[in-house]
Design a protein around this ligand. Structure first.
Ligand SMILES: *Cc1c(COP(=O)(O)O)cnc(C)c1O
Length: 398
């Protein structure tokens, strides 16, 4: 099928919750191809999902091998891959235990339930979240999300959430009361426009939660699994949250979500408290293990940091040169190029030059290349961005 045919059938039978442009049919590393065999550089990586690139042989092989052996048994039985993945995740993060699910929203839903169950005996159930955060699209997680646009039309919203400005420690302190169970925060807001937290703010939140005897939960769905050049975003801030949620990059394209706790929360969920049919299948866990092992074996955390430095340096120079560029921000390979105007046209211009990025939060070009993006690909992308800047500045009103 060509792009037109795919588009026509899509529009006839798929609900219009998204408005896709390209029809992509093949991927390899940082490159993807459309139905007409045009090649693109994918600096979005399926929205921080294909962190080891498209169709990494380690991942494709692990999935194929496990698909022939055992895909699913339900959680009524042990499977050999789930504890292996849980061990690895626990060892590289908080040292407690894991719960597996299938998406970011589900992982956050589990975090919220965990916080409520933990707080129950003290009458604590409320979760404080941040303005411009993003936590998912289930009823609870869209309520946790600090953006009106995802909530509008779905009222009445569930109770038990309070939203305060991001990077504002006093606002959070003032919002905490005897009903508060937890604070939920992204250490780098992704959908919110690639906004890193101030280090003093995150450290302040940790101290505040300790002082008040409540939980600090980090949504690592986007900034986790190597995205920031460390295994998890919080590790850039020298703090330890009480639990984290993961999804996106964890399966490298295979759907899997997880909650990982510190030891103090490892026994809160007991039989009957929480469940999901597909959570932690041997197939999903094999995929995630292949992703984590590949990040290890190929030193991708270090590589991501090196590629980040290259991008930040060059983008910083472009910001100095071009009026319409305001600043560059982010951590690791989670990078936002901030414009002083809406970014959609610039995203389209980059796309016309076969570089995939995403305009977000109105005026930010979000870039999330795979962690194993090659130096030559980074240089090519930067060249495209520079060319686009040169052209864009000549457009009236730019
Ligand atoms: C994408 C995202 C989610 C939601 O994940 P889904 O898999 O789409 O449910 C939650 N939190 C953050 C920070 C995200 O970026």
């Amino acid at each position: 099928m060509n792009t037109e045919e795919i588009k026509e059938k899509h529009q006839k039978y798929v609900m219009p919750t998204y408005a896709p442009g390209l029809a992509l049919v093949k991927g390899r590393g940082t490159r993807v191809w459309d139905a007409e065999d045009n090649e693109y550089l994918d600096f979005l990586a399926g929205l921080a999902v294909v962190n080891i690139g498209h169709c990494h042989p380690n991942l494709s092989k692990a999935i194929a091998r496990q698909a022939k052996k055992l895909m699913h048994v339900s959680n009524l039985y042990f499977n050999e891959k789930q504890p292996a993945l849980a061990e690895k995740l626990s060892q590289i993060s908080l040292g407690g235990k894991c719960f597996f699910c299938n998406s970011g929203a589900e992982a956050n839903e589990a975090l919220i339930k965990l916080a409520r169950l933990w707080g129950k005996s003290q009458g604590r159930y409320e979760v404080i979240t941040m303005k411009n955060s993003f936590h998912g699209r289930t009823l609870a997680t869209l309520t946790a999300t600090g953006q009106d646009k995802v909530q509008k039309g779905f009222e009445p919203l569930p109770e038990g959430f309070k939203c305060v400005p991001y990077n504002d420690l006093e606002a959070c302190r003032n919002a905490i009361d005897e009903k508060t169970a937890a604070v939920l925060v992204e250490v780098v807001q992704g959908e919110g426009g690639v906004v890193p937290a101030d280090p003093e703010y995150i450290r302040g939140l940790r101290a505040l939660c300790d002082e008040k005897g409540i939980l600090l939960l980090c949504d690592e769905v986007q900034c986790g699994v190597g995205r920031t050049g460390k295994w998890f975003g919080y590790q850039n801030f020298e703090i330890t949250p009480d639990a984290i949620s993961l999804a996106k990059g964890l399966g490298g394209g295979f759907p899997i979500g997880a909650v990982v706790t510190a030891p103090k929360l490892a026994e809160v969920f007991q039989p009957g408290h929480h469940a999901t049919t597909f959570g932690g299948t041997p197939l999903a866990c094999s995929a995630a293990l292949a992703v984590l092992n590949t990040i290890d074996e190929e030193d991708l955390l270090e590589h991501a940091c090196a590629m980040s430095r290259l991008m930040m340096k060059k983008l910083g120079k472009l910001v100095e040169k071009y009026e319409f560029l305001e600043r560059v921000r982010g951590i690791g390979l989670m990078i936002g190029l901030v414009l002083n105007q809406p970014a959609k046209d610039f995203e389209k211009l980059l796309m016309s030059k076969r570089l995939i990025t995403l305009a977000t939060a109105g005026n930010v070009i979000r870039m999330l290349p795979p962690l194993n993006v090659k130096k030559s690909e980074v240089k090519k992308a930067l060249k495209i961005i520079e060319e686009a800047c040169e052209e864009y500045r000549k457009i009236p009103d730019a």
